[in-house]
Write a protein that binds this ligand. Structure first.
Ligand SMILES: CCCCCCCCCCCCC/C=C/[C@@H](O)[C@H](COP(=O)(O)O)NC(=O)CCCCC
Ligand SMILES: Nc1ncnc2c1ncn2[C@@H]1O[C@H](COP(=O)(O)OP(=O)(O)O)[C@@H](O)[C@H]1O
Ligand SMILES: [Ca+2]
Length: 593
């Protein structure tokens, strides 16, 4: 066997290796591990290049992990596991799968050298890879498959990558949030939720709340500058809408999400804080919607047994009820020179608008330790500017910090919104006839512009306020507020969607189901000729808010997810160049930063 070896002081290494019975020239540079078949008869050199950052694990021997881990312990072999991409029909992003190649070396010494150097390279180039994770599983989310999804698809990958986990299967709503707020989190690099948007929201509240507690920041103060969370959050989708996962990864796929977590991808995310007076009500990242979306949520809670289909059924019912609501919306526009919700751009992995925001939000972030102080300085004047007021009758008022794309709407509520630019998009849909509103809704399911309609407005904003129009019965709202149990710190207590919130929401929309009123009143709508309700409720990432009058502020890049934004399918190609010189996203890997 003839082989050449070159070793340097860093992790660089180059030698002949065998893959099956084919001889390959293998090279490990700082950033990439590449092997090319050396076969004189073949014109096309079969070459695979894997970014070191996307290596999942390097194991001794010939190893298989699926369906079960098996190891053929030979002293000249090693196996490399890495991220492999494939397209996902019907989704906007790419599916990630576990790639596996078994290599044979001419000697044990060389085999050990390869394993050592590959492991060093991985460690050096992926500082955010988690070692220990806290995992919350909601066994009741979506199709109730979260436990199975985690144990059969995700846990074996974590084990392969050497990630240890502390797994908690929740027994009640808000258990994950409370754990994050109160328990010792020492040693955890991140938190993973296995569930839907509601479960993510719990983890988000826990992580943000804990960070503010430790920083001494008052979450109830609507003008406060919140501290960015140090813990990364991972989402294994197992819910009904899974909007946060879809909008940050591009596909709903537990394996893809697990691989993003393993390699320590990092995607900052804007968060909107929602206040009622001087109390924090909730945080939102995807949909904060009044009118149509609030009514859909209330209706859907009655049909939870339908699983994810409850939203389709309830959407149709609410559409037929043809309701609209009066109110006053005030908003603080974002700088129009930076971006616009109508500029036809998409926030994709490596988005330049978000990168520029990072520079604005964290101007000195390269100096260690200055992250928080620079963030605070930036936000000192973040609510300056002229507020705009609009008043009237709306079908719906929605605010989203990101596109909020999901399987139901692959482009999302606001297709050009950005994940991490410190702004949100406010969509106002004025009262209109049912056909027009259907046209608006229907456009969410295609690439047609839902904002190109005369009764629709969209504004990129930094903050929003909403209050009811003068003639709306304020008393009705006050009853709601009084009955809602708010804990110190502003958190709504026992926010299970099956509990008190539903009761209150039902009151708000006239759908009483209390013991005093045994008959379940259907929609108070024009179709069934009952008196329409004067007020709707806010749907805040799938939770019903106990208040109608709210003020909201967008906090740029407040949390970080184990994700990297949606990879541009169009930029994906099979690259024949040296990886270090390719500036696109290659099928086997990702371009260099
Ligand atoms: C004629 C076809 C009409 C289709 C209209 C489609 C509009 C869809 C926009 C969906 C945006 C979703 C934003 C995400 C919201 C979630 O946070 C929330 C809770 O999700 P989960 O925890 O998984 O239950 N989901 C919803 O509020 C569902 C809204 C569905 C509206 C039809
Ligand atoms: N063990 C539990 N029992 C009841 N509710 C729970 C439990 N764990 C979490 N929840 C709550 O269930 C709600 C829905 O969870 P989620 O995972 O988002 O599913 P879905 O997407 O189907 O709504 C969340 O608001 C969460 O707080
Ligand atoms: Ca944003």
């Amino acid at each position: 066997m003839k082989a050449f070896v070159q070793m340097e002081t860093d992790s660089r290494l180059e030698s002949s290796l065998w893959v099956d019975s084919r001889r390959c020239a293998a090279v490990l540079t700082g950033w990439h591990f590449k092997w090319t078949e050396v076969d004189k008869r073949s014109r096309d050199k079969n070459s695979v290049s894997v970014p070191v950052a996307e290596v999942v694990g390097v194991e001794e021997g010939k190893v298989e992990v699926l369906p079960h881990k098996t190891v053929e312990d030979t002293d000249k072999d090693f196996t490399v596991f890495y991220v492999k991409r494939s397209s996902s029909p019907g989704s906007c992003g790419l599916l990630w799968r576990l790639g596996r190649t078994q290599f044979s070396c001419p000697s044990r010494v060389l085999r050990d050298q390869w394993i050592k150097n590959l492991r060093i390279a991985v460690k050096t180039h992926t500082p955010l890879r988690p070692h220990r994770l806290l995992v919350f599983i909601n066994p009741f989310g979506g199709k109730k498959k979260a436990r199975q999804i985690f144990h059969s698809l995700v846990a074996p990958l974590f084990e392969l990558a050497g990630i240890s986990t502390h797994v908690i299967v929740t027994e009640r709503a808000n258990q994950a949030r409370d754990h994050l707020l109160k328990k010792d989190l020492t040693g955890f690099d991140g938190v993973v939720c296995v569930g839907g948007d509601g479960m993510f929201s719990e983890v988000l509240h826990g992580a943000i709340g804990r960070t503010q507690q430790e920083a001494g920041a008052c979450e109830n103060d609507p003008g406060v500058t919140l501290q960015p969370c140090p813990l990364h959050i991972g989402i294994i989708p197992a819910g009904s809408t899974d909007c946060v996962c879809y909008a940050t990864v591009g596909v709903i796929d537990p394996v893809t999400s697990a691989l993003h977590i393993i390699i320590g991808d990092s995607q900052p995310l804007d968060v909107c804080s929602v206040h009622h007076g001087f109390a924090l009500v909730r945080y939102s990242v995807s949909l904060l919607g009044y009118g149509f979306y609030g009514d859909v949520l209330v209706e859907s809670e009655k049909h939870r047994w339908m699983g994810p289909l409850r939203y389709d059924y309830s959407g149709s019912m609410v559409f037929l009820s043809n309701r609209s609501y009066t109110g006053t919306v005030q908003y603080l526009p974002a700088d129009p020179l930076l971006s616009s919700p109508r500029d036809n751009t998409r926030c994709l992995s490596g988005c330049s608008v978000c990168s520029r925001s990072t520079e604005r939000l964290f101007p000195n972030s390269s100096d260690s330790g200055s992250l928080y102080s620079s963030y605070s300085e930036h936000f000192h004047n973040d609510l300056e500017g002229e507020w705009v007021t609009v008043e009237g009758r709306f079908k719906c008022v929605s605010l989203t910090c990101m596109s909020s794309s999901c399987a139901r709407s692959p482009m999302g509520l606001s297709p050009s919104a950005h994940l991490a630019d410190g702004t949100g998009d406010l969509v106002l849909v004025w009262d209109t006839n049912p056909l027009n509103f259907l046209k608006f809704l229907y456009r969410h399911t295609s690439t047609e512009d839902q904002f190109d309609l005369p009764f629709v407005e969209v504004h990129r904003v930094k903050a929003v306020r909403f209050c009811l129009a003068g003639d709306t019965k304020e008393e009705e709202i006050r009853v709601l507020s009084d009955e809602m149990d708010i804990e110190a710190g502003g958190h709504v207590r026992s926010g299970s969607r099956n509990g008190s919130q539903q009761h209150l929401a039902e009151k708000a929309t006239g759908m009483m189901t209390t013991s005093e009123e045994k008959t379940v009143t259907p929609f108070t709508c024009c179709l069934c000729c009952k008196k329409p309700s004067a007020v709707s409720v806010w749907n805040c990432d799938g939770e019903i808010l106990p208040f109608t009058e709210i003020s909201c502020k967008i906090h740029g890049q407040l949390v970080r997810l184990y994700a990297r934004g949606i990879e541009d399918k169009a930029a994906i190609h099979h690259c024949s160049q040296e990886r270090d010189t390719c500036n696109k996203t290659c099928m086997q890997g990702r371009s260099l930063p």
